[in-house]
Design a protein around this ligand. Structure first.
Ligand code: BG6
Length: 484
């Protein structure tokens, strides 16, 4: 297999917030890696725009340092930097005033793809959109890229959608959920819709339940005050976990086409039933001997924000009635691991009554990170004479082993930025999708607030609060172990 780089057209990409954390960690190093892969056409420009006064040369120095720190080792050739850095330019801009806009206009050309990346606080989205439009910088073909958080509830998400819609068409707006840019997340669609094997079983007749886990070992130290206004529900469930659930639960789209895929995801979100308080467990990590606890990281000893959440959800439609989806995500857990496990039901009739060994369910595990791959747990006969003894074994596939260099996983941001330039919205959230996700999330959060619910404490390095175990135990099920 030969790695393919699909060419894109020459572009001018303006990054608002170019001195910020995301630009330095992800966007600029990602663009550099695409340059190394030969995907950035000659004559393209990357224009940093931020409040700080800085020369283009200083911006290039900042980018050089960011690449050194976050660029990875895919392209460590100094010569490549010499080719990449001259593509960078910089404009000091006043998002709410007049400063810098004429300068920016003079740099964005009419005969290239124009993309504007809003890597800034959502409160500035409207100001940027208005200036880009009224000053004639972003025309009807231009693309606007916006980052999460896209609102903190339905009302604010609607306001953001309205602010963008005043100047741009939905076909121009690219709302990023970086989980959709992950190689293995897209693989969920390939596994389901490019194979005949699973789809006939992919429903409540055959699937007992689904577990979606996104576990992290990091705490929120360093971004505690931001995180504390958000919590795991807003930070992870409303967006990333919801997208994973959609890709597992959706009907096959008629084509791998932006609206066809997003229409099907939207139907899943709309079919999600309200979650009962008894079906949600929230937690906060405790201090360990070498790291502070959540309350210290959040710098608020009274905080009731959750750093962990586990919940049982139901998708109320023909396919999934009676198949629960258990979601859990949290910080400072035992291992960094993200996976989706689909547990199938028992065969309708057991013929091995007298078999020794314990019958166990078939489980399909899709590992999203790290060690991307799939694992199908099956029953076989234990080899050897002496009767029929059943044993569960894994059919294990690591994408890295199966695909070699091909599995060299591209960072989500690299892929998504190139999709913007290509004009492909399939992996971006549509406005109605985001609103539907908030419409489901809002009553849950409002319920906690109204009741004054407090999260339980869990030990750092554990699997989460004890009640999260009970959430499954009382249904006669159990969580998979969190481990790499
Ligand atoms: C971000 C959240 O969107 O996703 C972070 O704000 C979280 O809190 C991160 O750590 C997880 O992303 P990844 O790619 O490391 O799984």
């Amino acid at each position: 297999m030969v790695s393919r780089v699909i060419p894109v057209d020459r572009f001018d990409l303006v990054i608002f917030g170019a001195t910020g954390d995301l630009a330095n960690r992800k966007i600029l190093p990602g663009l550099f890696r695409r340059y190394c892969a030969g995907q950035i056409p000659e004559g393209s420009t990357i224009i940093g725009a931020a409040r700080s006064e800085m020369t283009p040369e200083e911006f290039r120095d900042q980018t050089r340092a960011a690449i050194a720190e976050f660029g990875g080792n895919k392209c460590d050739d100094e010569g490549a930097l010499d080719g990449f850095l001259p593509m960078l330019d910089y404009v000091a801009i006043d998002a709410k005033g007049d400063g810098g806009w004429d300068d920016l206009k003079s740099k964005v050309r009419d005969d290239t793809v124009n993309a504007f990346y809003f890597s800034v606080a959502p409160a500035l989205f409207g100001d940027l959109a208005e200036r880009l439009h009224t000053r004639g910088i972003a025309g009807p073909e231009a693309r606007i890229v916006v980052e999460k958080p896209f609102g903190r509830d339905l009302a604010s998400a609607k306001a953001l959608n309205a602010a963008l819609a005043e100047y741009f068409d939905e076909t121009q707006i690219y709302r990023i959920d970086h989980y959709l840019g992950k190689e293995t997340v897209q693989n969920l669609m390939a596994v389901r819709f490019a194979n005949i094997l699973f789809e006939p079983l992919w429903n409540s007749q055959f699937v007992d339940h689904v577990q979606i886990t996104v576990a992290e070992t990091v705490g929120v130290g360093g971004r505690g005050s931001y995180y504390d206004k958000s919590g795991a529900m807003r930070d992870m469930v409303q967006n990333h976990m919801m997208q994973l659930l959609c890709l597992i639960a959706m009907e096959p789209p008629y084509h791998f086409d932006p609206d066809a895929v997003r229409d099907e995801k939207l139907k899943v979100i709309r079919a999600l039933q309200p979650v009962q308080p008894a079906d949600i467990v929230r937690g906060q990590y405790a201090a360990s001997k070498d790291a502070p606890g959540y309350l210290e990281d959040a710098e608020d000893p009274e905080s009731t924000t959750e750093s962990y959440i586990a919940m049982k959800c139901h998708v109320a439609n023909w396919r999934w009635v009676n198949t629960p989806f258990y979601l859990r995500t949290g910080k400072r857990l035992r291992a960094r691991t993200s996976e989706i496990a689909i547990t199938f039901k028992e065969p309708p009739h057991q013929i091995f009554d007298d078999a020794e060994g314990e019958w166990r369910e078939n489980v399909l595990v899709i590992r999203l990170q790290p060690n991307e791959g799939m694992n199908l747990k099956m029953m076989i006969k234990e080899p050897g004479p002496g009767g029929m003894r059943l044993v569960q074994v894994p059919l294990d596939m690591s994408f890295a082993e199966a695909l070699g260099d091909e599995a060299d996983i591209t960072d989500a941001y690299e892929r998504l930025i190139m999709d913007v330039i290509r004009g492909n919205q399939t992996l971006f959230m549509r406005g109605d999708e985001v609103e539907a996700a908030w419409a489901w999330t809002d009553p849950i959060i409002e319920g906690w607030e109204a009741r004054g619910d407090k999260p339980q404490t869990y030990d750092s390095g554990a699997s989460g609060p004890d009640d999260a175990l009970m959430l499954m135990h009382r249904d006669g099920r159990r969580w998979r172990e969190i481990r790499e």
